[in-house]
Design a protein around this ligand. Structure first.
Ligand SMILES: [Zn+2]
Length: 502
């Protein structure tokens, strides 16, 4: 075919109606004049990006072809879509298929099944195929779920060898369904009652299947260092990648020890342990009252005094949910104690007697700003949200934008390129997601176009569901799911199953 004839043919295919003609290749999209950050940490550069179908097919100085859809980026920053490696947003996708809290921040993939909770991934993935949403969803298999299926209500003890043997095929089935690996929630029931040997043996099943281990560790406060040792030992013994979930120094006594922590992490890596972490940019965590008591000794007054002096202060514990007392929601423990004319220690014990620990959801300050900022800089720490679509904690609507705006643009914690790397290629590597997290030919076209001068979180305590600003356009698998502050009602997200390793 002569060049002239070819151009004519392309022109015919790309008529203004945009209707695809059978047998001809799909129309392409060219994003022009973008300040492109490719996700690897390399300096940004002015480049164009071409999308065909669900993939990036070209990057460089590109000329529009006839009939091609052209998006003028107008100098805004184009980055790989962000990957949230620790998310609880799956709970909100049933009613919010447009994934607005996520895509409004540029998040295009969420990783769920966290803290030991993931189960029945075959059904989850099948549902995401029959009723797709606007983000990609990957998942871990949850240790707590598997333990619960084997041990039922009789979980407040170590598992027997026979019980562990029965957990293994349940985990193997989840790995076969496409789990990224095993997640644990060792501060929670029922995981907290497991012996390290049980967790090690199950993690090995995930590792042998080509998967990894991710953990809300056994302690984020009193026995933090021992808990970290347990996670590192799993990586070392099983020779598998291990990730600390929502890394934090979660107790006043630990504040100021970020350098020591990074030293421990770096030494393990130098020793050959494939150790990484994720972290969200807040000093408040969200959980339930029970986690304040690792021994679940709720009626122990000495323990309660210790909790309120060392783990979180009465004025820093905010009730997020309380079935028996909806009027406490939004109030601090100090305020509730004052309302009742009771000292905070007595009040907390009374509330625990009523709620049983897991019956009261709380948001509590456990970290220091300086530690969060320092740990965010660890080169192997990627950004996550740990967020949900509801509740009092702003992290579900603001984590990524808070890093890009206040932390990077305003405080200059690290470069914009490094921030994008921590949200894209590093995040993908830390959880084992292939072919996403970079702008390069062959990669899936998950992309975010944003204004680095404007991008910021708007969610805060008291307005936790305020949408972030500064993101202009988001593509998921080559299709626009968010444009100018609004979802497009395009549900191009996919379930991401771990590819077979061999
Ligand atoms: Zn957690």
């Amino acid at each position: 075919m002569t060049r002239h004839a070819f151009v004519a043919l392309v022109a015919l295919a790309g008529t203004a109606t945009g209707v695809r003609v059978e047998g001809q290749s799909p129309r392409t999209t060219l994003i022009r004049r973008a300040q492109m950050i490719d996700g690897t940490g390399a300096p940004s550069r002015r480049d164009d990006v071409r999308i065909a179908g669900d993939r990036i097919v070209a990057v460089g100085q590109l000329t529009p072809t006839e009939g091609e859809r052209v998006v003028d980026a107008n100098g805004l920053t184009l980055a790989p879509g962000f990957i949230d490696t620790h998310s609880h947003h799956d709970r909100g996708l049933d009613t919010g298929r447009d994934a607005l809290p996520m895509v409004s921040q540029g998040v295009t993939t969420i990783v769920v099944g966290q803290d030991g909770g993931g189960s029945n991934l075959a059904a989850l993935f099948a549902k995401l195929e029959s009723q797709p949403v606007s983000v990609n969803v990957a998942s871990y298999a949850g240790h707590g779920s598997i333990r619960g299926r084997v041990m039922g209500d009789d979980f407040k003890r170590h598992a027997t060898a026979d019980e562990i043997a029965r957990m293994k095929p349940l985990l193997q089935a989840e790995m076969d369904a496409g789990a990224l690996g095993l997640s644990t929630g060792l501060e929670y029931d029922p995981g907290i009652y497991s012996a390290p040997e049980e967790v090690l043996a199950l993690a090995k099943i995930a590792g042998d299947a080509g998967g990894r281990y991710i953990s809300h560790m056994r302690s984020e406060d009193r026995w933090f260092w021992e808990a970290l040792d347990e996670l590192i030992a799993i990586g070392r013994t099983n020779r598998m990648p291990v990730q600390v979930s929502h890394m934090k120094l979660g107790m006043h006594d630990l504040w100021g020890q970020a350098e020591k922590l990074m030293g421990v992490l770096d030494r393990a890596r130098a020793d050959g342990v494939q150790l990484t972490a994720d972290i969200y940019p807040y000093t408040y965590w969200q959980s339930n009252l029970g986690v304040l008591y690792p021994k679940r000794n709720f009626s122990d007054e000495k323990e309660t005094e210790f909790v309120l002096a060392h783990v979180s202060l009465a004025g820093d514990i905010i009730f997020n949910s309380f079935r028996a007392h909806p009027e406490y929601v939004g109030k601090t423990l100090a305020e509730v104690a004052k309302m009742n004319g009771t000292p905070p220690v007595k009040m907390l014990m009374a509330l625990l007697a009523e709620s049983g620990g897991s019956g009261a959801g709380i948001v509590a300050k456990g970290m220091a700003d300086a530690d969060v900022e320092r740990l965010l800089q660890w080169p192997f720490a990627n950004v996550c949200s740990d967020g949900t679509s509801t509740g009092l904690h702003p992290r579900g609507y603001g984590s990524f934008s808070k890093v890009l705006g206040p932390y990077v643009r305003d405080k200059k914690l690290f470069s914009l390129e490094e921030a994008v790397r921590k949200m894209s290629s590093l995040a993908a590597a830390n959880v084992g997601i292939a072919n996403r997290g970079r702008i390069a030919p062959g990669y899936f076209a998950d992309l975010v176009l944003f204004d680095p001068a404007v991008v910021a979180d708007r969610a805060d305590f008291g307005k936790a569901q305020a949408l972030a600003v500064g993101v202009k356009t988001v593509w998921v698998n080559g299709q626009m799911v968010f444009q100018d502050g609004k979802p497009t009602a395009v549900y191009s997200g996919r379930p991401l199953r771990r590819p077979p390793s061999r």
